[in-house]
Design a binder for this molecule. Sequence first.
Ligand code: 8OZ
Length: 366
Amino acid sequence: MTASKLFEPYKLGSITLSNRIAMAPLTRNRAIAGMVPNPLAIEYYGQRASAGLLITEASQVSQQGQGYQDTPGIYSPEQIAAWRKVTDRVHERGGRIFIQLWHVGRISHTSLQPNGGAPVAPSAIQAKTKTFVGGAFTDVSAPRALELGEIPGIVDSFKRGAANALTAGFDGVEIHGANGYLLDQFAKDGSNKRNDAYGGSIENRAKLMLEVAKAVAAEAGADRTGIRISPVTPANDVSDSNPQPLFDHIVDGLNAEKLVYIHVIEGATGGPRDIAPFDYASLRKRFSGTYIANNGYDLTLANKVLAANEADLIAFGKLFISNPDLVERLKTGAPLNAPDKATFYGGGAKGYTDYPTLAGALDTAQ
Ligand code: 8OZ
């Protein structure tokens, strides 16, 4: 077997990763009261610390930014203290961890919002999709359009999330700019019908994402700030009539802010990679930082893309749910555990911290 770049160390900004494998952000809905990360998350992330870079599950930067039951936040002192235990465990095991900063925008439900209010969006257009609340899949609620005067508050909530993430010991932050959540809703013309400075032209629709990137980079350091984007995903009923120039412009802006990475979901999130034509090489070319490729990668495709220098890191999602020692398994060609969909969202240790390692023993070391 030819040596694979996948297992070589990689310098990401000012930190060194032990390999080029990232664990993609994965929503698990196990937060406890107050949207505080579950104590089991210490073991869950600790078990996966051999990934070059762990990216946490999406974590809302405010109560308004929450869209599903039991997702953790990064806005209260209790949440910060609980995340600190996670980052300590990962660091004790030699890992590196970024937190994903999230605002869902219109993908929410009144039962989760402050005072039972409407979720917020660029425009008052209800997404044709469901969220998970009260133990059931439910239509998302009709949103209200954010007022122009509220937009600085959104930027500030991301900025505070970044400050809190540093207090919690994270190595950096990933802005969630993907999958039909607030920043993606502003960027794409299927959900943004505004006629102010944040709507209409590509420049105006991209403005919020780029303002958030600038504010977060100023707080955390650009070399500790990454962002996830999904140019053509149909996730959460989002669409754009011309995604190539939109994302070329966005990536030019991210490059100007010197972000440390772009994490690109190529194709439909968790689905086909070839759902729509899109030139990802154009993004790669425009961005001087690190390119993390994601969506449907296996070892063969990962090796091919790294060898061709089309990406620097490869993010694996579902395979990390079921294989805490995914790096070792890929390295040795060992068989992979299959993920159990029934335990993806919600519940406790089952399907969370009880997937076996190659050694067969559960990794329960303290
Ligand atoms: C699955 C279920 C709920 C949320 C994403 C944060 O798609 C999510 C998510 C995924 O980015």
